[in-house]
Design a protein around this ligand. Structure first.
Ligand code: FCB
Length: 446
């Protein structure tokens, strides 16, 4: 029996742009994802998040689903331009009112709200003034965070500043696969630093406000392996680990960027100034918990790309999901144990773990997603192993409660425990919904 005990938080996760829709309603400002998805050629199926799951209008129905599922907590993000249409200054009361109603209704249903402040939908006005490459955005984030801390304070169970700053920085500003779609490695590095600083400053404001709830950040972390034992592959793996994992973990727990990476980037023509002493101090005091989004490991070989000279390799005979991610359940305990040993976080939450599958709605109205159930069970069992070994894991969030707009993949990837018919917007619980419902009820599974 894999058992998690009564205190463990079972939840599900979403993000504003992926589910809300109502992209220009009730005074909401434009976000970089509105702009990006409206740009031809950026989204594989030419879709947008204009309507998405229409959660903005259907949140009551969605909370009923959460209630039926029996989750202890619900992780969602707040759309910054819904609250501050111009990024800073004027508040849009109607947008704020939506989150007031959402949080109130969750609490009435005994579901603990877990809020992510930034899950990638930056106000477009701020992007036009330099976006995350500019210090103005750091200032604006502090104001935005402060405003929400004051409004919701202890009504929110857990606060998360950023979701996957690695994705914002590198996929958004170097690869260009995500909004704002820039391709500039030096900019990506500057963005990564600004994201970390905006996190540290926001947490310091949070502490000054005296709010007695935990605050943290959600990083996408993964175990990294070299494809072969030869030196070039091993060095490539080390660098990828430096870029994906240590580039964020080291500042947050040790107050500085990893030295090997700073030197490597300098040699490549991408110098990055160190944190000042006061910035380091803020960073190392900034986490009550670490959120880990885990879905795959990476196997690396030497490559030709100018910044890292590293390339993700395919594992021969490996099991892959439709996102081309290797299914690697033991990576869950590996990454949790590694972080626990190397960085000693006070607490860990798995803030995302989920499986994309081309689900089919059968004529009898059911969705039999056995692959997803197997994926989730294997990952939960692996997580449990890390807990038995003493890692301080306090909760687990499935990505996602329902199928939604999967960024540049549009609606072509389904991650939900609930199937969404995008024609009618009808929600249909999949078999995995009932499986997870049972896991939560029994606090574990056989
Ligand atoms: C994570 C994102 C989340 C979702 C899942 C599949 O990287 O945080 O929004 O797209 O992947």
């Amino acid at each position: 029996m894999v058992e998690f005990g009564p205190e463990f938080l079972f939840g599900v996760a979403t993000a504003s742009y992926q589910i809300e829709g109502a992209w220009n309603e009730d005074g909401k400002g434009e976000s970089i994802w509105d702009r990006f998805s409206h740009t031809p050629g950026k989204i594989v199926d030419d879709s947008t998040g204009d309507i998405a799951c229409d959660h903005y209008h259907r949140y009551e129905e969605d909370i009923k689903l959460l209630k039926r599922l029996g989750v202890d907590a619900y992780r969602f993000s707040i759309s910054w331009p819904r609250i501050f249409p111009e990024g800073r200054g004027r508040v849009n009361e109607k947008g704020l009112d939506f989150y007031r109603r959402l949080i109130e209704s969750l609490r009435e249903n005994a579901i603990r709200p877990v809020v992510t402040l930034y899950h990638w939908d930056l106000p477009q006005t701020l992007e036009e003034r330099g976006g995350w490459g500019s210090e103005e955005t750091v200032e604006a984030f502090k104001e935005y965070a402060h405003f929400l801390f004051r409004i919701f304070r202890e009504e929110v169970e857990l606060w998360i500043t950023h979701n996957e700053p690695w994705v914002t920085a590198f996929l958004g500003h170097s690869e260009g696969r995500m909004a704002p779609g820039k391709q500039d490695f030096a900019l990506a590095l500057r963005v990564s630093k600004n994201l970390l600083l905006s996190h540290a400053h926001a947490v310091s404001i949070f502490r000054e406000e005296g709010i007695r709830k935990p605050i943290g950040i959600a990083l996408n972390l993964a175990p990294i392996y070299p494809k072969t034992e030869n030196d070039a592959d091993r060095q490539a793996a080390l660098r990828f680990d430096g870029c994906l994992n240590r580039w964020f973990l080291d500042p947050l727990f040790r107050g500085e960027f990893p030295e090997d990476m700073v030197m490597w980037y300098r040699r490549k023509g991408f110098p990055i100034p160190p944190f000042s002493d006061s910035e380091s101090r803020l960073l190392t005091k900034s986490l009550d918990f670490l959120g880990i989004n885990y879905c795959t490991r990476y196997v690396l070989e030497h490559g030709e790309d100018p910044a890292l000279e590293a390339r993700v390799a395919r594992v021969p005979g490996g099991e892959y999901s439709s996102m081309d991610w290797e299914v690697y359940p033991s990576g869950m305990s590996e990454i949790v144990c590694r972080v626990s040993v190397d960085y000693s976080p006070r607490a860990i939450y798995i803030t995302e773990n989920g499986y994309p599958y081309p689900d089919i709605l059968l004529p009898n109205g059911s969705v039999v997603d056995e692959e997803r159930i197997a994926y989730l069970a294997r990952h939960l069992a692996s997580l449990h192993k890390a807990m038995v070994l003493g890692c301080p894991v306090k909760g687990y969030f499935v990505w996602s409660i329902m199928d939604n707009f999967e960024w540049s993949y549009g609606f072509s990837k389904r991650f939900g425990l609930v199937y969404v018919d995008y024609e009618t917007l009808q929600r249909i619980p999949k078999q995995s919904f009932f499986w997870y419902q049972n896991v939560i009820r029994r606090r574990g599974f056989e």
